[in-house]
Write a protein of this length. Structure first.
Length: 417
């Protein structure tokens, strides 16, 4: 364990900050709080180097071992009380809810935290509230697949009930594809943050329509919708997210319908505190739930939201989970009217030796960042989920049409060999 650099008025704990969760640490410092991080800090749970400067105290342990995590956090709280605890990644929403209840800190009630992680339970609760959801059926083994498909119909989408990043989410058009996709899922030896898939899946109706995500937060029982993101996906049967633009281009009537639907979904799931990220499709122009997470969106969506709206979701998340409230968080003027991100891929390559065009893009005034994740020679994973992305370009635009044009120019201007 490292020692805090400087004492502060309170300290907040973040469990396993990854993806957008790393922004919680800087936000906590901005709000005058000390940061405590609990992380495995190994393998695919190794903390990014850039985030370490924002950690005052680091406790290293296996964050997937709930008894060990509970004992360690309880001891930290007894030593000097925490003012809040937040999940740094979606997988840790339920355990953080249980820890917050144990320590008397702000947080989601444990049953509600379970509902935003288990996709089948989520749909049952939203459906029970009278809201439209895709036709769905759970299955726990290969023997249950055909009955689930009979209930849902083809085409349908197979997805793990408890995963993230579109891992093993796939459209299937018949029973042969269904059984093949399930074999691929249960036979996958890879883990994600130290977790293997358990074979429990959801089959659901395939929804043909634009995909969105709605970014917001809950405070004092009020649902605040900050932005709607347009999402761009790769070719089916997979659903790899290749880009986002904030704000989505919606008619006023569709935007009103989206806002009303998401507000009702948040209420049905009992999300009472903190941020949410609600993914939808618009078949026939009407919003239908894909899923809701009780955390900020990934893929730098909070950064896009702040650029295009001035609202700092990470700061609001910390304020909500420490009892500070939204009034402690300043909202600034937007830096741009629209913001977007385009993810770089190399279809057909399992490695690359050179990239062309990235330096030219970096010289554009509307490009804020251009990064690569994989080095030349490293193996490129199959184009089935987020792991196939080689990097990203983050940009601003004066209109939605301009944002689409920038995405097109990035796609044409960057190549791998």
């Amino acid at each position: 364990m490292t020692s805090p650099r400087t004492p502060g008025p309170g300290r907040v704990l973040v469990v396993e900050p990854m993806s957008s969760g790393v922004a919680l640490l800087r936000a906590a410092h901005d709000l005058g709080l000390e940061t405590v991080v609990v992380s495995h800090d190994r393998d695919d749970r190794r903390l990014p180097d850039g985030v370490r400067r924002d950690i005052d105290t680091l406790l290293t342990l296996d964050t997937n071992d709930e008894p060990a995590l509970t004992a360690a956090v309880t001891a930290l709280h007894a030593e000097r009380q925490l003012v809040g605890i937040l999940p740094g990644f979606e997988f840790y929403v339920p355990v953080v809810a249980r820890l917050a209840a144990r320590l008397g800190l702000p947080g989601l009630p444990a049953p509600q935290a379970a509902a935003v992680r288990d996709k089948a339970l989520m749909r049952r609760r939203v459906e029970a509230a009278g809201l439209r959801v895709p036709r769905y059926a759970p299955a726990c083994s290969a023997a249950e697949l055909d009955a689930a498909a009979e209930a849902v119909g083809f085409p349908c989408v197979l997805k793990p009930t408890d995963s993230a990043g579109s891992i093993h989410v796939v459209r299937v058009d018949d029973r042969a594809e269904l059984h093949s996709a399930y074999r691929n899922l249960v036979g996958d030896p890879r883990s994600d943050l130290g977790r293997r898939l358990d074979g429990k899946i959801l089959l659901e109706e395939y929804l043909d329509g634009p995909e969105l995500s709605v970014e917001g937060y809950v405070t004092d029982g009020q649902v605040r919708i900050v932005a709607v993101t347009r999402k761009f996906l790769g070719p089916e049967p997979h659903f790899v997210e290749l880009g986002h633009v904030v704000h989505a281009d919606l008619t006023p009537s569709v935007r009103r319908a989206v806002d009303a639907y998401v507000t009702a979904v948040v209420a049905a799931l009992g999300v009472t505190v903190g941020p949410f990220h609600c993914e939808l499709r618009l078949p026939g122009g009407a919003p239908v739930l894909i899923e809701l997470a009780a955390r900020m969106g990934g893929d730098r969506i909070p950064q896009l939201v702040e650029i295009a709206s001035g609202v700092p979701l990470a700061h609001l998340a910390v304020a909500a989970h420490t009892g500070l409230g939204p009034d402690a968080v300043p909202v600034r003027s937007p830096r741009a009217k629209f913001a977007g991100i385009h993810f770089l891929t190399a279809p057909g390559l399992d490695r690359y030796r050179a990239v062309h065009g990235l330096d030219t893009l970096r010289g554009r005034p509307d490009v804020l960042a251009a990064e690569l994740y994989l080095r030349p020679g490293e193996t490129i994973p199959p184009a089935t989920d987020f792991r196939c992305r080689l990097g990203h370009v983050l940009f601003t635009a004066d209109s939605y049409a301009d944002a689409l044009e920038v995405r097109r120019l990035i796609d044409l201007g960057v190549s791998f060999e």
